[in-house]
Design a protein around this ligand. Structure first.
Ligand SMILES: [Ca+2]
Ligand SMILES: [Ca+2]
Ligand SMILES: [Ca+2]
Ligand SMILES: [Ca+2]
Length: 460
C-alpha cells in the first residue's frame, strides 16, 4: 500500500464518508411537533419515502386540517413546513402519501373532497393542483397509496355505497384516471402499493354473512392495466382479514381479527405471505397476538414490519412493535414514548427508519422517526454506525459496543481490559467507530469511563 492510498484509507476509517452511502439511508432521528393551533389528531396519518416525512393532522385549525412536511436535504432535516386545508372543516390530511417528491393528501369522507397535490416549488411545499374524483364517487378518508407513477385512491359511490379503488397515473405532472376497480357493497377497504404491485384489503368483503374479509394482490401490465393476480380469502382463521394491508417487494402483510372490530371473538393476528414464481403466495410467518388486542396500523418495508398494537386489558396498552418475519423473530415490543405516552395511530417504515406517533405528558402529540435497527440507541441505524469504521471488528453483524460494552477488540479477547484503554488513547479525539463505546461518533473521556465501569470479563 503506498502512502497516498493509506491516507485515503485512514480518512475513510476516521470519518466514515463512504461515497456509496446515500444520505437518506443514514439519516438520523427526527421529530415533528404538534401544530400549535391544533393537535389532537396530529399524527393520525403519516407517510415517508425515506427522505421526506409527511404528517397529517386533520384537526388542525378547527378541523380545516393540515399536513407537516420535513425533508432530508444536504445531510440534515430541513425546517418543517405546514400546508393547510383550503376550506374550513376540510379535515385535510386525513390520509397522506408521498413518492417521487410529490405529496398527496385527502380530505375527510364527510366532505366531497378531491385529493390535493403538493409539490416543491422554489423550495416551498405548495399546493399545485388536485386529483378530481370521478362523477358519483367520493374519496374515502383512509388508505391512500402511491408510487412514483401511480396513485390508488379508495372510493365510495355516493348513491349505492359500493367500494372501489381509482387508479390514477402520473405523466409529466398530470394525473389521469386509468381504471376503476369496483369491489362491491362495503366501503371498508385499505390499500398499499409498492412499485408495480398493489394489495387491497377488503375486510367486509363477505358482508352478508360473517365478514370473513378478502386480501387481493394486483399487478400492473404493460398496457397500464391493474389485474388481480391473487386472492386470499379470509376464512375462519382470518376473520375480518385485510383491515390493514401492506406490500413490499413480493411480500404482503395483513392484520385480521382484533378486539375492537370483533369484540374479542377472534384474536388479533398478523400474517405474512411471500411470492415466488413457482408457488404463488405462500404464508411464511404469522403471529396471533391475542384476544384482547387490536391492530391500529402496520407497514411492511425493508423486510421488517412496524405496527401499532393496542391491548384492551391494560390502561395504556399502546405499543409500537417492530418485527422481522425473515428471522422468525417473535414480536419485539417497543414503547418509544415511555410509560403512559404510547403511540396511538400509525407506524410507517422506509429506508430502515420507523415513523411513529406518541402522546407527551402534557397531552400534546408528536411524530418521531428513528432507525429500526439501533442496538446502541444512538439514533443512527447500526449499519451506518458500522460505516464509521471498525465498529464490528469480529465481523458478526452486530455492533461490538452492543455485544460487550467497553470491549473494543472482540476479535482478540472477551475482556474489558488494558488493551481497550490503549485503543481509546490511540483514537482519542478522532471520529471513529472503533474506540467509541457510547456511540456518539467520537473517541474520548466518555468512552474511557465506560471501559472503567465495565472492567472485567464480558457477560454471556
Ligand atoms: Ca445505532
Ligand atoms: Ca461484533
Ligand atoms: Ca478487550
Ligand atoms: Ca464516544
Amino acid at each position: 500500500m503506498n502512502a497516498n492510498r493509506m491516507l485515503i484509507g485512514m480518512f475513510i476509517l476516521s470519518t466514515g464518508t463512504l461515497p456509496a452511502i446515500a444520505g437518506s439511508i443514514c439519516q438520523e432521528e427526527s421529530t415533528i411537533e404538534t401544530i400549535a393551533d391544533g393537535g389532537i389528531r396530529h399524527g393520525r396519518s403519516v407517510a415517508t419515502d425515506g427522505s421526506i416525512l409527511v404528517v397529517g393532522d386533520y384537526s388542525a385549525d378547527n378541523y380545516r386540517g393540515a399536513i407537516v412536511i420535513r425533508q432530508w436535504s444536504g445531510g440534515a432535516w430541513a425546517e418543517e413546513q405546514v400546508v393547510y386545508g383550503v376550506d374550513s372543516d376540510d379535515e385535510f390530511g386525513a390520509s397522506v402519501a408521498v413518492a417521487n417528491n410529490v405529496v398527496l393528501a385527502t380530505a375527510s369522507e364527510s366532505v366531497d373532497g378531491d385529493v390535493d397535490i403538493i409539490e416543491l416549488v422554489l423550495g416551498d411545499w405548495t399546493r399545485t393542483g388536485s386529483i378530481v374524483m370521478p362523477e358519483g364517487w367520493q374519496c374515502v378518508q383512509r388508505g391512500l397509496a402511491m408510487t412514483d407513477t401511480w396513485a390508488a385512491i379508495p372510493l365510495v359511490h355516493s348513491d349505492s355505497g359500493f367500494a372501489a379503488v381509482g387508479m390514477w397515473r402520473q405523466s409529466g405532472g398530470i394525473w389521469t384516471i386509468e381504471q376503476t376497480i369496483e369491489l362491491g357493497q362495503a366501503s371498508g377497504i385499505h390499500i398499499d402499493m409498492h412499485e408495480d404491485q398493489m394489495v387491497i384489503g377488503w375486510y367486509e368483503a363477505d358482508g352478508v354473512t360473517v365478514y370473513e374479509g378478502l386480501v387481493e394482490v394486483y399487478e400492473v401490465d404493460e398496457f397500464d392495466t391493474w389485474n388481480s393476480t391473487a386472492a386470499i380469502p379470509g376464512g375462519s382463521a382470518y376473520l375480518l382479514s385485510g383491515q390493514i394491508v401492506s406490500i413490499f417487494d413480493d411480500q404482503i402483510a395483513f392484520a385480521s381479527g382484533g378486539w375492537y372490530v370483533t369484540s374479542n371473538e377472534w384474536p388479533a393476528r398478523v400474517d405474512v405471505l411471500n411470492h415466488s414464481p413457482g408457488d404463488g403466495w405462500v404464508e411464511t410467518w404469522s403471529n396471533v397476538v391475542g384476544d384482547s388486542y387490536q391492530f391500529n396500523d402496520l407497514d411492511l418495508g425493508d423486510g421488517i414490519i412496524a405496527a401499532v398494537i393496542w391491548d384492551s386489558d391494560e390502561h395504556d396498552g399502546w405499543q409500537t412493535v417492530i418485527a422481522d418475519p425473515a428471522t422468525g423473530m417473535e414480536l419485539s415490543f417497543h414503547d418509544p414514548g415511555g410509560e403512559g405516552h404510547g403511540p396511538r395511530y400509525v407506524a410507517s417504515v422506509g429506508e430502515g427508519m420507523v415513523l411513529y406517533d406518541v402522546t407527551l405528558e402534557d397531552g400534546s402529540r408528536e411524530v418521531r422517526m428513528r432507525p429500526a435497527a439501533d442496538c446502541d440507541q444512538n439514533g443512527v441505524k447500526d449499519a451506518c454506525d458500522d460505516l464509521l469504521g471498525a465498529a464490528d471488528l469480529d465481523a458478526n453483524g452486530e455492533l461490538d459496543r452492543c455485544e460487550c460494552a467497553g470491549n473494543l477488540n472482540p476479535h482478540i479477547d472477551v475482556n474489558v481490559d488494558a488493551d481497550d484503554i490503549l485503543d481509546v488513547l490511540f483514537y482519542w479525539g478522532t471520529e471513529t467507530g472503533h474506540g467509541d463505546c457510547d456511540g456518539d461518533g467520537v473517541c474520548g473521556v466518555l468512552d474511557l469511563l465506560i471501559i472503567l465501569e465495565n472492567w472485567g470479563e464480558c457477560e454471556g
